[in-house]
Design a protein. Structure first.
Length: 108
């Protein structure tokens, strides 16, 4: 799983970059073999508000993304990472279910 972190007008120190990398790897580790790339982008908006956009490219080419904004960078990173983990789980479950034959119920 390749994690890329970008920032636009947001002062990021090495500790915050490391926190973002660890947080994403922890949340997405169970899907690591199904994820090609993870991109994190931080952007400073007006009045000290930071926007965080996370995107994941799955092994079959589907791109999933979430974004959030807040004044607290770690809070938005945690919140967006949790949302992304749930989104990836649902997408992979849909993909897995699409390959199965339909359930016919209790056939005797």
């Amino acid at each position: 799983m390749n994690v890329e972190i970008r920032e636009r007008n947001v002062p990021m120190d090495e500790a915050l970059r490391e926190y973002a990398d660890q947080r994403l790897r922890l949340t997405l580790s169970r899907f690591a073999n199904r994820i090609g790339r993870v991109c994190v982008q931080f952007e400073e908006l007006d009045a000290g508000i930071t926007r965080c956009e996370l995107s994941v490219t799955l092994d079959h080419g589907e791109v999933l993304s979430v974004d959030d904004q807040s004044a607290d960078v770690r809070f938005i990173l945690d919140h967006a990472t949790n949302r992304l983990g749930r989104l990836v789980a649902r997408a992979l479950e849909r993909q897995r279910g699409a390959g199965r034959p339909p359930r016919l119920g209790n056939v005797r």
